[in-house]
Design a protein around this ligand. Structure first.
Ligand code: PMP
Length: 459
């Protein structure tokens, strides 16, 4: 494809390095430049309309072009566009949001630390827990255990917690303190004939064996997304969370729930912890908190951790951590308005109802010759494409069919995400049943084209 000189596409290729993008391939194809959005749709600079069935990056809960969020940002910009929260300073939106998050979150979480991104939030979790354990006199208790295929970000520490080779390869990660146990995806990793609960038993036993092998006195925390998102939409097997939590409690290992994707209604409950009965010591949220209109993330944590850190600050010195934009007042004001919209419009209940509809519409595809598994919970789902349904064999190479599907979906005006060969759906929480039908109809058309392409030997 030739890029018109001086076009946005040509200038993009000339000046940008894109995240999570093959740079050489991008030089040939150029970007799709998005120009505007409205509801669940976005429009590129050529005027083509797309259904955003991924809510951007799993995040635009209230849809695009929501004027109330624009007004909330403008109001706060006019009053106090910026202030920091270092050295005892604060601003009202920051305080309002901290109070609201504590009051709405699962019980036992009493304090908030703000960052700009989910990655920074997970780095903050690591440093908070390290500082806490130093402060209470157990400096050897520092290791984190995460899961393969989990996603927690891309900074040095959060990228180490992430369990995806693509985020480690080439970056000398993970850090040695970060360990990984098996991925809780029943379809891929359960033994032949092993039920969900037996699989959960085995995973809990593996976690306990790993903690004992490392030495419980060296293991600080276990971190997981209640439902794995970016790793391919992987709901845990039944009883998984109650069992791994019991293991963590036995060995005094903190439970960290990363709800950066799951939080604020995605699973049909305000928090996924409510959905799976998780009682975390630390909770991480971002994305749908502002529908991504402004960058912000929050780490919520227990009073016990707060007290240790507060006491420790006397002995270890000030808690020397924070970002210029921690608790940014404009982001906080947008978050408050966004949470108002989620509550007033009943978007959590809508996500539950529309999620049921989405999963009911996708269920019949489980019989399609190209489909290995249809999975999901609440308003997030995936359809895994396989080379052989009987053996669950993946395509070779993994991801080529997913990438083809992704490109064809664009031609059908549909934005999905392909994680390997799993086609993921995570639409805005405002979707209607008619929107879901439109998404699934477009998906079905692309699936037929993909099946024909595969049958023809992928020319
Ligand atoms: N945790 C989870 C569960 C995520 O899905 C993501 C982002 N997809 C992150 C952390 C990192 O967030 P950010 O991209 O804002 O750094």
């Amino acid at each position: 494809m030739t890029l018109l000189p001086n076009s946005a596409q040509a200038r993009d290729v000339a000046y940008l390095l894109h995240p999570a993008t093959n740079a050489r391939k991008h030089e040939r194809t150029g970007p799709i430049v998005m120009a505007r959005g409205e509801g669940i749709h976005v429009y590129d600079d050529a005027g083509n309309r797309y259904v955003e069935a991924m809510a951007g990056l799993w995040s635009v809960a209230v849809g695009f072009g929501e004027p109330r969020l624009v007004d909330a940002a403008a109001r706060q910009m006019g009053r106090l566009p910026y202030y920091h929260s270092f050295s005892g300073k604060s601003s009202e939106p920051t305080i309002d949001l901290a109070e609201r998050l504590v009051k709405m979150s699962p019980v036992g979480l009493d304090r908030v630390f703000f960052t700009n991104s989910g990655s920074e939030a997970n780095d903050t979790v690591v440093k908070l827990v390290w500082f806490y354990n130093n402060a209470i006199g157990r400096p050897e208790k520092k290791k984190f255990i995460a899961r393969q295929n989990g996603y927690h970000g891309i900074t040095i520490a959060s990228g180490s917690l992430t369990g995806l080779p693509t985020n480690h390869r080439g970056f000398d990660l993970p850090l040695p303190q970060m360990k990984h146990v098996s991925c809780p995806h029943h379809y891929r990793y359960a033994h032949e004939g092993e039920g969900e609960e037996a699989f959960a038993d085995r995973l809990a036993a593996e976690l306990e064996a790993r903690i004992l092998e490392e030495g419980p006195e060296t293991v600080a925390a276990f971190i997981g997304e209640p439902l794995i998102g970016a790793g391919g939409v992987l709901p845990p097997p039944a009883t998984y969370w109650e069992k791994v939590q019991a293991v963590c409690r036995r060995h005094d290992v903190l439970v960290v729930a990363d709800e950066v994707i799951n939080g604020f209604g995605r699973l049909g409950t305000m928090f996924a912890c409510d959905h799976y009965g998780i009682r975390p010591d630390v909770l991480v949220v971002s994305k749908q908190l502002t529908s991504s209109y402004m960058p912000i993330a929050a780490v919520l944590f227990s009073d016990a951790i707060y007290q240790g850190v507060a006491d420790g600050s006397d002995r270890l010195g000030t808690f020397g951590h924070g970002f210029t934009a921690s608790g940014h007042p404009v982001a906080a004001a947008v978050a408050m308005e966004n949470l108002d919209i989620i509550e007033e419009r009943g978007l959590v209940a809508n996500a539950a109802a529309m999620g049921e509809h989405l999963r009911a519409r996708l269920a019949p595809f489980a019989d399609h010759p190209l489909v290995g598994e249809v999975r999901g919970a609440g308003l997030i789902a995936a359809v895994e494409l396989v080379a052989d349904r009987a053996t669950k064999a993946k395509f070779d190479p993994v991801g080529a069919v997913g990438a083809w599907f992704y490109a064809r979906a664009h031609d059908h005006g549909l934005i999905i995400r392909a994680v390997g060969d799993s086609i993921c759906f995570c639409p805005p929480l405002i979707v209607t049943a008619a929107d879901i039908d439109d998404i699934v109809d477009r998906f079905a058309a692309v699936l037929e084209e993909t099946a024909a392409w595969v049958a023809a030997g992928r020319p």
